[in-house]
Ligand binder design. Structure first.
Ligand code: NAI
Length: 291
């Protein structure tokens, strides 16, 4: 296992990753450019874990120990002793590259740099690094503690030992690691593209409403969530960026063309659950029915 894990980015994914590994007995430091995001993430995780105690799924002692293992970091420099760094920041290639370059200046040569990117090329992120062989993808799904799959993405230059250690860590935390090559969208976001893009096409052609499409795909083929519910949960800023990235990486293959419906909502700041409106409206975290 790793001695100490640094998680960079304390949003929906970072806080979940921190909680997963702290619960599994690992020491975790949580960092974000916005200090208040770290406080919010720690408060959010505490509330979730307290609910587990109330439901008898966790003892009060285990809760106290888990919270103790999850600590805030006030600067990147405080992550210097970490031997695994997992980034879950904004989905932009240059920003992730810049972060990894900065981290390499702080951490030991043996430390592993993992990215939770949904769709960017791990190889391209690693290309900015001095030691690209220490970089891999570690792609979790939202919400991290409930969604047991994690893609362990092998960049072109990732060392086998790095992949083995991430696989072992995921299994130790009770997750199911799937090793994937570094192809556009890896496995899940490649296969899942059609689910979202075709649904948006049907909606934009006026064939059915978002609610009808979601219900049909839930009640018919039995998907847990319809595509529009999933867009709103993921956040349209993230899912639209994933669509654009996969489309670009496949040299504008029309099968992956993103939708103007998502682009417009992103421009308007209607990102889904996190902003109270995306394809649906939300109040106190609950989806409102259409009038
Ligand atoms: P989010 O918007 O909830 O959180 C991102 C956090 O990163 C914010 O708190 C922000 O302040 C912080 N941040 C931005 N730039 C930073 C920097 N340079 N240094 C430190 N902190 C920085 O985003 P979310 O949903 O947690 O996504 C994060 C990453 O995880 C993205 O790469 C996304 O593609 C990926 N991902 C997202 C999934 C989802 O369903 N939302 C699923 C799987 C992966």
């Amino acid at each position: 296992m790793f001695k100490r894990i640094g998680v960079i980015g304390s949003g929906a994914m970072g806080r979940g990753i921190a909680q997963l590994f702290a619960t599994a007995g690992q020491q975790v430091l949580l960092y974000d450019v916005r200090a208040e995001a770290v406080d919010q993430a720690l408060a959010f995780n505490r509330e979730l874990l307290e609910r587990n105690v109330a439901k008898g799924r966790m003892t009060a002692e285990a809760l106290a120990a888990t919270l103790e293992r999850m600590q805030p970091a006030g600067s990147l420099a405080e992550l210097a002793e970490c031997d695994l760094l997992i980034e879950a920041i904004v989905e932009k290639l240059e920003v992730k590259q810049q972060l990894f370059v900065e981290l390499e200046g702080l951490i030991s040569d043996d430390a592993v740099l993992a990215t939770n990117t949904s769709s960017l090329s791990v190889t391209r992120i690693a290309a900015a690094c001095r030691r690209p062989e220490r970089v891999a993808g570690f792609h979790f799904f939202n919400p991290v503690t409930l969604m047991k799959l994690v893609e362990v993405v092998r960049g072109e230059r990732t060392e086998a030992e790095v992949i083995d250690r991430l696989v072992a860590l995921a299994e130790h935390a009770g997750h199911f690691p799937a090793i994937t090559p570094d192809t556009p969208g890896f496995l899940v976001n490649h296969a899942g593209r059609a689910y979202g893009t075709e649904a948006q096409r049907i909606l934009s052609e006026g064939v059915a409403t978002a609610e009808q499409i979601d219900r049909i795909l839930r009640d018919g083929p039995g998907f847990k969530m319809g595509p529009f519910e999933l867009f709103d949960l993921t956040g349209l800023d993230i899912s639209h960026a994933v669509m654009e990235s996969v489309h670009d990486q496949f040299y504008q293959d029309p099968r992956y063309t993103p939708s103007y419906l998502a682009a417009q909502r992103v421009a308007a700041g209607l990102l889904g659950r996190k902003t109270g409106q995306g394809y649906y409206r939300y109040e106190n975290g609950q989806q409102l029915r259409s009038p």
